[in-house]
Design a protein around this ligand. Structure first.
Ligand code: SF4
Length: 340
């Protein structure tokens, strides 16, 4: 939950108490899911000169008897959350939630404690140049997301390293020939198609967005080669705005295996809508990263390591997955997957 308290230093306790009342009414902020979980609350103080500077008991007593009616007026103002600004993510909750999700999620957090999966060192935010100007950084985040589709993190990371050494700004990429660009990004998946997407997107960014990337999911999705998953992750990593969950193949697969969806979903977009329906907002920032790493290390696409998964007794797939139980068999499956 995102909360912002706007107040003057004087009368701080007064405001804090009001704030607690507000938070209790909202059944928040220490996380309890509400339909207003994303609300930003502003508490504004008026008549601040009436608040006693000294807070001795005596002074406070006087204030409480004589000046009680002149206490500062506290105005509570609800702002529209970023979520509500984007129609694409706005939806009513159905009230449904998976029965064991808290235990399952806690177990995944435990298994991901060391944060040593490929995504942890090669995620789109890590492989972009944080020291570059904000516009260039955001462009690199978008580019790394475009490159990452159908591509292993190691390959995306290597391509981004080459692009950055070459000079990864919009102007420079537009001046680079397709052939050189191909040499820089090869062997990312669908690299020929991605050259075209990168060039067309860069041109649009230069002409329509003043050399920056758009700051809404809707506009990002209109760029060539950019889909909802990339758009939500770009909003998070480039703009630091959590307006939805980025659902890629790992999140999609694991959500279905754990039955975090009411009915099996075919498309990641359906999974995103299902997850956003019940997953408390405080987890939205981390869920993609968490599950991607879990999918890279344990809940593999082929031959998930159920035998070492903390969820094996409470996961519908893990409970019945007797077929793949030995590390030897899993090694074989992994090798097969690598070959593919
Ligand atoms: S038990 Fe198996 S299928 Fe279920 S979450 Fe764990 S690794 Fe994935």
């Amino acid at each position: 939950m995102s909360c912002r308290l706007v107040c003057c230093t004087r009368g701080y306790n007064e405001i804090l108490n009001k704030w607690k009342v507000v938070c209790n009414k909202m059944e928040s902020p220490y996380f309890k899911r509400t339909t207003r979980s994303s609300i930003i609350v502003k508490v504004k103080v008026e008549n601040e000169q009436l608040i006693p500077e000294e807070s001795s008991t005596e002074t406070n007593q006087k204030v409480s008897t004589k000046k009680r009616q002149k206490r500062p007026k506290v105005e509570i103002k609800y702002e529209e959350s970023p979520l509500e600004e984007h129609q694409i993510t706005k939806q009513e909750s159905s009230g449904w939630e998976p029965p064991m999700w808290r235990e399952q999620l806690k177990n995944i957090y435990d298994m991901r404690k060391s944060r040593n999966a490929a995504v942890d060192s090669m995620g789109c935010d890590v492989i972009s140049d944080a020291l570059a100007s904000p516009e260039v950084y955001r462009y690199q985040v978008l580019l790394s997301l475009m490159l990452s589709s159908q591509t292993k993190d190691q390959i995306t990371s290597a391509a981004m390293k080459k692009l950055r050494e070459h000079g990864c700004s919009i102007d420079n990429i537009l001046e680079t020939s397709d052939q050189v660009l191909g040499e820089l990004i090869y062997p990312v998946g669908f690299w020929k198609k991605k050259i075209e997407y990168i060039k067309r997107t860069s041109k649009i960014l230069q002409e329509e967005y003043n050399g920056d990337i758009p700051d809404t999911v809707e506009k990002l999705c209109k760029l060539p080669g950019v889909g909802p998953k990339m758009a939500y992750l770009a909003m998070k990593c480039a703009w630091n705005q959590i307006v939805g969950i980025g659902v890629d193949t790992h999140v999609h697969r694991i959500s279905n295996r754990l039955r975090w969806v009411k009915k099996p979903t075919k498309q990641p977009e359906d999974t995103r809508k299902e997850l956003q329906d019940w997953l408390p907002r405080e987890y939205w920032r981390d869920i993609n990263h968490l599950l991607v790493g879990f999918g890279q290390q344990t809940c593999l696409p082929v031959g998930p390591k159920c035998y070492e998964c903390l969820n094996k007794e409470i996961c519908p797939v893990g409970k019945t997955n007797k077929k793949i139980s030995s590390p030897k068999k899993i090694k074989k499956e992994e090798l097969k997957e690598e070959m593919e």
